[in-house]
Ligand binder design. Sequence first.
Ligand SMILES: [Zn+2]
Length: 140
Amino acid sequence: MARPQTSRSATTPDLERDACPCGGPTFDDCCARYLEHGDMAPSAEALMRSRYTAFVRHNAAYLLDTWAARTRPATLDFDDAPQWLGLQIKAHRQSDASHAEVEFVAGYKVGGRAQRLHERSRFERSDDGRWRYIDGDLFD
Ligand SMILES: [Zn+2]
């Protein structure tokens, strides 16, 4: 169902008003607080969701900033980026105060074909209190 035209603001891009890519209500009420307002993700799961959203929105600065220094790529481009279709968190396990794993399935489309990325990602919380992505294992 289409939104009434009267509720649209001329200055707010539609993207901000749409459902958050990670599955949250709207981007403004979900991952924007991490991507655009500098809030700290309170858990590895929240960080995982925000990083997925950053991939969808091609926000390289945020992705690099939330990547552990020792595994972080020097640069990130989105030249071959797929079209992301959605995120499903399967499990979130925090083993201690500064280590956690998040298992997820992310849907995407390449060349018109829908694919699934099923990964268990590792995260750590640094001394600055921020969770960061380390690496992940792919499921078949
Ligand atoms: Zn979100």
